[in-house]
Design a protein around this ligand. Structure first.
Ligand SMILES: [Zn+2]
Length: 63
């Protein structure tokens, strides 16, 4: 199980995918949605919207 690099919370598959999309496809350190949204100055709801968007686009990180 992967843990958020900032707060240590277990990250979901969606959060891993979002980290890869926002930071780097080859990311080996992951962030939970809360910490990603702080880092990128978004709301968590915006993170959810992004995840839904990538999933609809068929991105294999979000299957
Ligand atoms: Zn976190």
């Amino acid at each position: 199980m992967e843990l958020c690099k900032v707060c240590g919370r277990p990250v979901t598959r969606d959060e891993i995918g979002l980290t890869k999309k926002l930071i780097n496809r080859g990311a080996v350190e992951f962030f939970c949605k809360t910490c990603l949204s702080k880092k990128f100055e978004m709301t968590e709801a915006e993170c959810d919207t992004l995840i839904a968007h990538f999933r609809e686009a068929g991105c294999h990180l979000f299957v």
